[in-house]
Each structure stands twice: as structure tokens, then as C-alpha cells.
Design a protein around this ligand. Sequence first.
Ligand code: HEM
Length: 485
Amino acid sequence: MALAAILVLLPILYLSSHVIYNLWLHPLAKYPGPLLWRAFRFPSLLAMMRGEIPHRIQQLHENYGDVVRVAPEELSFLDPTAWRDIYSKGRDFVRPSQYKDQPPGKTASNLIACSESEHARLRKILAPGFSEKYAVDQEPFIQSYITKLFTKLDAKIDTTSDSTTIDIVEWINYLAFDLIADLTWGSSFGCLDGLTYHPWIQTVSQFKAAIIVGALKFYPWLYSLLMAITPPSALQPVMDMWQLTEQSVRKRASTPASTRPDLVGTMLSSESMTQEEMEVNAMMIVAAGSESVTTVLTGVINHLLRNPDKLATLVTTLRTTFPTEQDITGSALKSIPYLDAVLNEGMRLCPTIPDAMRRQVPAGGATVAGHVIPGGMVVAIPPFASYRAPRNFTHPTEFAPERWLPDNKGFERDSKIAFNPFSLGQHNCPGQNLAWLELRVILARLLWRYEVSIPPGVELPRWEEQGIWWFWDKKATPVRFQRVR
Ligand code: HEM
């Protein structure tokens, strides 16, 4: 009887002391947030698993202000000065261990999961492959993949209506994955050839499952249990994905004399990476450099179709600037401010990483946006909430490329420092030169060559209503394409 009472009382005692500590005695106790979220980690994890954490954090900022406690030891900031304090002050703020994913069975350092000293070493090795000069060398490959996409699209165009309707999410994904695989390990997935996804892509895009596994890392005994009961057959697709990655990297490595401007080439010429290091980092680069490009391009096209006046301005600018499609080059596109304005506005409303980019405060504590935060706490800027916050942007939900032009009448109050689509500091996006080149050339050639419109009877998905499991769960987006020339 006494034992039964103890067994019942102990968990109650543990829970109540946990709640009392988190709500009243915790170093973050003074920060506002919903009671359950301040007391426990699970409400934010549940929102994450439901694909709505960025939306919930946005609401919480609307209700509680600029700094919100979104978990017992986690603060979310809207103040743009937090960007500098968290992300660009050396290497002190590190990604919390629960958000560092080491691929199953792999021990080699990869950019996301390794120590800071290993990270510095890898970034130095990879830097030449991410330079602007290297991106310029890669342009012929980019142009040829776009041409391949157009050939496929033209073949689908119905001769009677002179048009066709495609799901742009699928088609841009085919292009983005084929392209980054080729630019990384020298061969594509063949998506554009067969107009279908390769199984590698389907496996790497299992973000929902990855989020659930990630959430369990907060409860180590549950995580260990899951690992123990997962049958090896459940991991087969992941094994297949690694096999293809290994084969692709090995095949590229067997032609080391090649002068192809690809990232495995950069890794090989450093002569300082192991085979497994090359594989895990190549896989990460393909994953990071594909979906992101699709997000921005499909997000931009979705918003342009809803704003025909902005679409018309961009199309007219492109068609009057470039007499032929061959004139549309990366270097020529750098002097089209309206194109960059449209792309920046797309990245503001459809950030590729909409969820908070969490970092742990260094042991000695630190000051973030004027708040002194003890060591070990987690701090973050949530791009989705921050880019749509009225404190940072005028008419924040409006698609207004003008805000990025020198003559930004009506938007002078915008806080430009609140917008960092490629993040800042040591862990910023190394692929941004290539990303800008791809985004500019693909969008410009597409709109120069085709008239795009919403097919009759179709309602485009509302971008911000889509679920987010780390990345946007992009819904099918049918778009009508008609050849203009
Ligand atoms: C529109 C396109 C892109 C956007 C907006 C974007 C944005 C970002 C952001 C915000 C981060 C920081 C993530 C964090 O700290 O949690 C990041 C990291 C990264 N991105 Fe990109 N990215 C894009 C395209 C690319 C491309 C094309 C590549 C590869 C060629 C790439 C490779 C990477 C890698 C490897 C990282 C990890 C960097 C590190 O931790 O050191 N990205 N990206």
C-alpha cells in the first residue's frame, strides 16, 4: 500500500516541482509566453510535429510582444538587432544538439552536425567551390538544364491552345534537384529526363518523420526506445539513399583529373577530406541547395500570379532589356534591380527556413537585443514571424517588391537589417552566390519565354497557409504556360 502511494506521489511531486521551478524560479521566468509552453517543452514539439510551429510562434509574438518564451529554456526574438547578437558574433552561439543530425551509421564530420573547429575546417576547404567565380564557371551547366526543362515543356504544349498546364512545384523541383546533383557530384538524378522524382529525393524529403525523430531527442529514453524497436527494414530507403550518394561521389572521385566545376571536385583538390566526409557533405549540399531554390521560385511565381501588375512590370522589364533569350546571362541580370526586388520579396514572404534558427547561449551568458541571457539557454529569430512583423516591415503581408528599390516610397520605415534570407556569420549559407545565379537566370528565362497565368477554375494554394515541417510542405500549384516567341 505504502509502495503504491509512493509510486503515485513521486511523479506528482516531480511534475509539480518541475512546473513551480519553470514558472517562478527559472532564469527565464520573467519572460512572457503561454503557461503550458513556459512550463513544458512538449507544446512547442507538438506544434512542430503538426507542421505549425512558425505560425504559432508568429501568433505568440502578436500576443506577447517582441520577446517570447516558447519553451522553458527557449526565447524567440523579433528585434532585428538580435540577428547580430546571435548569429554573427564569432562561433560562441552553437546549434543545440537536438538540432544537429548525424546521419545513421555515419561518423564523419558534416557541416550541420560537427564541432565548431571541424566546421571551420570544412568551410575553408569548401570555400573555393562556393565562390562567385566558381558560380560563374557553373553557369553553362545551369543554362543547359533550363534549356532541357524548356524542351520538355515545349513538347507538352498543346498545338491547338498553344499552351499547357503543369504543377510548377514538381517541375521546378525536377530542375533544382537535377542541377544541384550535377553541380555537386557531376551527374543528375534524371528527373527532367523522365519527368518524375528519383527515390533519393523522396527519401530525403521525409521531413515529417525526421521531425518526429528529432522531437524525441528531447526525451532520450523515448529516443533510445524508438531506435531499439525500429526494424532494419524501415531504414532501407535511407540505406538506398546512402548507397546512391556513395556511388555518385565515388564515380566522380574516380575521374579526379576532370576540370568540371563541381563541389566534389573542390573536395578532391583539397586532398584533405576522407571518402565518408565527402559523401556526408555532398549529400547535405544537395539537400540544402535544391528544395531552397524550389521554395523561392515557386513562392515568387505564386505571388506574381496573384499580383498581375507586378508580374507585368517584371515581364516588360525582361522582354525590353533582352532582345533574345541567349542575352539572358547571370552577369547581365545583375543590373535588373526589379528582378532582385521580386526575388527578395519572395524570400521575405516565403523564407526557405521559416522556423526559428535556434542557437545555444555560451556558458558565460550573453546579451541578446539588450537582454542578458544566462548560458545554456536557447535563443532564436523566427524568420516567418520576423519577416511578417509590423514592427519590421510596412504592410508586412503585402507582396511589394518596391520596398527593395532605391525609390521605396511608402516603405522607408522598413527595417532592412531584419531581413537576412541567407542568415549571417559563420553558419550563413555558403551557397548564396550559386543560389542568386540560379534564381535570377531561371526566373528571368521562364518569364521571358512564356506567358504564365492561373488556369481557369484553379485556386492557387495560399502560401502562408501551407504546413511547415522545417521546410514548406508545398502544395501542387498548377500554372498555365503559353509560348510567346
Ligand atoms: C534561395 C536559396 C537559398 C536560401 C534562401 C538559403 C538559405 C540558407 C540559410 C538561411 C542557411 C542557414 C541555416 C541555419 O543556420 O540553420 C543556409 C545554410 C546552408 N545552405 Fe543555403 N540557402 C539557399 C541555397 C543554397 C544552395 C544553392 C546551397 C548549395 C549549393 C546551399 C547550401 C547550404 C549549406 C551547405 C548550409 C549549411 C551551412 C553551415 O551550417 O555552415 N544553400 N542556407
